[in-house]
Design a protein around this ligand. Sequence first.
Ligand code: PMP
Ligand code: GLN
Length: 385
Amino acid sequence: MKQHSERMNGLGTTIFAEMSALAQRTGAVNLGQGFPDTDGPASVIEAAVAALRSGRNQYAPGPGVPELREAVAAHQWRFYGLDVDPDAEVVVTTGATEAVAAALLGLVDPGDEVVVLEPYYDSYVAGIRMAGGVRRPVTLRAPDFRLDVSQLRAAVSSRTRAVLLNSPHNPTGTVLDARELRAVADVAIEHDLVVITDEVYEHLTFDGAVHLPIATLPGMAERTLSISSAGKTFAFTGWKVGWATGPAPLVQAVLAAKQFMTFTSGAPLQPAIAGALQLPDEVFTEHTARLQARRDQLCAGLTEAGFGVRVPQGTYFVTTDISPLGYDDGVEFCLALPERAGVVAVPHQVFYDDVEAGRPLVRWAFCKQESVIDEAVTRLRRAFG
Ligand code: PMP
Ligand code: GLN
């Protein structure tokens, strides 16, 4: 009997699950998978409890409960000045992961090409494959991980259907600036492409780096599907409440696919996240400030242990070069790391077609408590310092 369909070939198990299992098995400090080890705001948890207790327990409408769609639209207006119709231009999804998958299934035909930043988030590869699309990576190269506009232009062909962006970018921590986004916009307009932009780290930028949604650029609102989720912003990664916003036809395409994958997403968590999105600015900025302190703590520790550190402008992650320590293969390094140092990290290599570009790079998550990062750093300095 055939074990799986052709389209699952080579997809394997996601590196995040693999690395968390390794951490559990070995008792290592887990700086691999990007999830916080503390809960988000207590008031948001209370709102979810209240929703569970007040009968919000049956199917939500396909596009999501009205108050969450309204809150997402209000969020886009409040932070970015984007005018989004909550009835036609918002769809609630089961995390950003489902939004990305549904967007690809709803918009990409077999043989269509999708230009994607590399290192890429692993679900993009799977999503493009499941849609029958062909990925065309554009590499963000060490040490700066900036967008090479000529490489972007070279990746576009007459078969290109979409550009799949991610900024703030996992795993490099790059926040695309106005010049880079303008270049993507120019290419998209010139070739009549859809831009699917994954902005799950939109509120997690540091040192004054500004997240600029590409949908705000002239000529882009009508061709951009913007995706985000509550997981990273509010430290509720297990809730899996996400959304996509954009012009009605693009949102309809997402909904067309989504209705046959999950039909609708978990009802009682939606009103709670509607409330979270309306929390005052300080809640967003204080969360980011706390995260920035953890970033600084981990970056300092990794530097002291001898890694080449690229300080990220955003996200939950810092990328390091392991070659100053005398290693050249991130996969081997990460597989040996629990035994060598009692820590788990994620190799970049698995996020590239151009494996050589990612070989010596390793990603570490700093969305963890101060004491946990302290322990990891102590172990790494002992092993390598
Ligand atoms: N996109 C990126 C870039 C991510 O890092 C993640 C992990 N949170 C996701 C999408 C998935 O988000 P969600 O958990 O909301 O599905
Ligand atoms: N986005 C998180 C990361 O990059 C993990 C999500 C997942 O495990 N799929 O580590």
